[in-house]
Design a protein around this ligand. Sequence first.
Ligand code: T4K
Length: 366
Amino acid sequence: MIYVTQPNMPPLEEFTAYLEQIWESKWLTNQGPFHQELEEKLCTYLGVDHISLFSNGTLALLTALQALHIGGEVITTPFSFVATTHALWWNNIKPVFVDIDPKTFNLDPDRIEAAITPQTSAILPVHVYGNPCANDRIQQIADTYGLKVIYDAAHAFGIKQNDVSVLRQGDLSVLSFHSTKVFTTIEGGAIVSPDLKTKVRIDYLKNFGFADEVTVVAPGINAKLNEIQSAYGLLQLKHVDENIRLRSVVDRTYREQLTGIPGLHVMDIPLNVDHNYGYFPITIDEAAYGRSRDQVYDLLKEQGIYTRRYFYPLISEFPVYRGLPSATPANLPVAHRAAQSVLCLPIYPALTIEDVGRICRLLKRS
Ligand code: T4K
């Protein structure tokens, strides 16, 4: 069986060494020593100033919106994992869907202004598959209209553009460390803040709003990452560069072998971007390829190769969001085309070049 992704399991004995320390100290959660160490090491690794760990990316998104007092309407993309929009819903915010760019599948900056109303308070773009959003344009619009920008950077671990982390863009960036991600704490996530004041507030919010033993400054939530998962993160961090290198070999092999197939398009990696190779999306043009994307999905599945149609269905198609005025297919033609044609092929550190070759042969033949 070949899955779309598989976490790289670090050597068990290395994890045992961390567990022994936790057993000894009996410190299991609530910003313990491994939690603090992981925050520091992630800041250094990612090239950011302040990071707050979370128990998952969804709670980090919910909290980022709380931290900046976002309300009313928020402009976002329908082409993402459903958690992006759910975070708005849980904050009683109305999502306003805007179509995506046909090249990057990220929020199309040319369409944002038309969706702004007096109720708009923020923009929530997603760096889909780790490809950076058009930050300069988005920030310019946000500055003009006095809006906040919160990036859903769930896929953007370690991504740099012109040698600078994309996590420094906007007002806040939110990461996911789920086990399907390039860097994982099993379940987990983080918010990257630009200054200490914001990080401190976010740290209160993820701990019920406690500022000290007797002071609650806000109706916070419990979204803390525990010591065992923090230790797992420290261990993952030691191996992450090698894991990204192994992923890059898989990426290169696909690109070499999948060129020149009519109707099969490999998504480009933008120039000047240090990538993490978290996903390998292709698109299938049924007329030119001779099979639909779903037929290719089924064909590979029959061979024990489990690809994923990230992101199908579009978030705007789920019953809870379908009734929104911005969710109409006529408003989102590019996103609809993308959701119908995209297929994410398996990519992970332990995927062998032989298996990549087999997948490519099946795609050439099908
Ligand atoms: N924003 C964006 C843009 C996101 O993509 C996500 C999460 C979030 C926000 C929310 O962050 P978190 O709250 O999750 O931290 C997965 C993940 O559950 C989800 O985290 C991720 N995005 C999304 C894109 O993918 P599924 O339903 O596709 O996962 P699942 O369980 O089908 O796993 C996919 C494959 O991975 C499996 O076929 C086998 C392999 N796998 C999976 C797990 C869980 C393993 O080998 N080991 C494992 O432990 O959602």
